[in-house]
Design a protein around this ligand. Sequence first.
Ligand code: DNO
Length: 391
Amino acid sequence: MRNNLIQTWRWYGPNDPVSLQDIRQAGAAGVVSALHHVPHGEIWELDEILERKRIIESAGLQWSVVESVPVHEVIKTNSAEAPKFLENYKTTLKNLASAGLKTICYNFMPVLDWTRTDLNFTLPNGAKALYLDWADLAYFDIYMLKREGAEADYSKQVISILNKRLDTYTPEKVAALNEIICMGVPTEGSVSLEQLHESLAIYKVIGKDGLRKNLALFLEAIAEVCESNDLKMTIHPDDPPFPILGLPRIASNHEDLKWIMNAVNRSFNGICFCTGSLGAGAFNDIPKILHDLGDRVYFAHLRNVKKDQFGNFYESDHLDGDVDMFAVMRELVKINNQRDLPIPFRPDHGHQMLDDLHKVTNPGYSAIGRLKGLAELRGLEMGILRSMLHG
Ligand code: DNO
């Protein structure tokens, strides 16, 4: 039996400028969604979950993955109120399970989710992509956040690039950098420089080992609820896969992911395999990580990046970049063929292109670029499946 992967598409909910009908036309069968309006840490009520499910299903789609149920900072830092927030998290998980939602994505990145420095990087063909420039991040860190010892965290080359362009940081550019770096997931709000400073002080004490310990505590606390309800938790890798602004990161590479899988070695504890996040680190062999840890991959984000010699990167076409997408897809197809439940994947991010250039879109989540990505990935999957059947 040859299974197909489930083609899904992220939908931010009824306010998303991309409609459910657009998603159907793109050819996706499943939707990846979350109740973004519920403040982090609060319980997702069953009736709200069911209502979102109803809306998705009445458009002829399935709600395949919940991305994300955010893990509150209180849990990540294991502060005094953690038990209360863990109880809330467990209740949300039970409610999701009773609505039939079984695959959950989350991340354990301190304070900031994904980080970029430019959301409008213009490609030679006029389309726009998301970009991370280390010298711009260093500018933010050294001159705006004014973090103690920040300069030492950047390579000599990055600092020298920054010094050469110091006079280009106009007030407009500075304001834009601030907004982009402190931005959270759309509709979930952003952090202020003061909040960032407070968190830096807390995480300095926690460090990488402490954060790992807190993740293990979190997983142990939810294990029973996940197992008795058949839930799969999938951790999203750090994006980009480096410590950012002095904050520790624990899901950046092969060794980190292996550590997480072994720390709580039970099948509910899984991975959201994000090729773009991992791909921004030259040290990551993406197909190999998938090959080694594939039995715990329950969801995939397929995206590509192109890095330069300094590690700056932009999000490239899905099939054209540093990640060998053919090798990734071949591995994913093999893993999927051993599963009873097919693995959902989504084309992660896409260029802002064609008509979308004139619209207000969520960064990375415009319709046409993702439609192109999904079409390419679907063709790649079909080619691989067919050649396996005939080969
Ligand atoms: C960015 C996304 C992330 C992801 C979370 C998962 O585009 O991939 O925001 O949803 O990190 O918790």
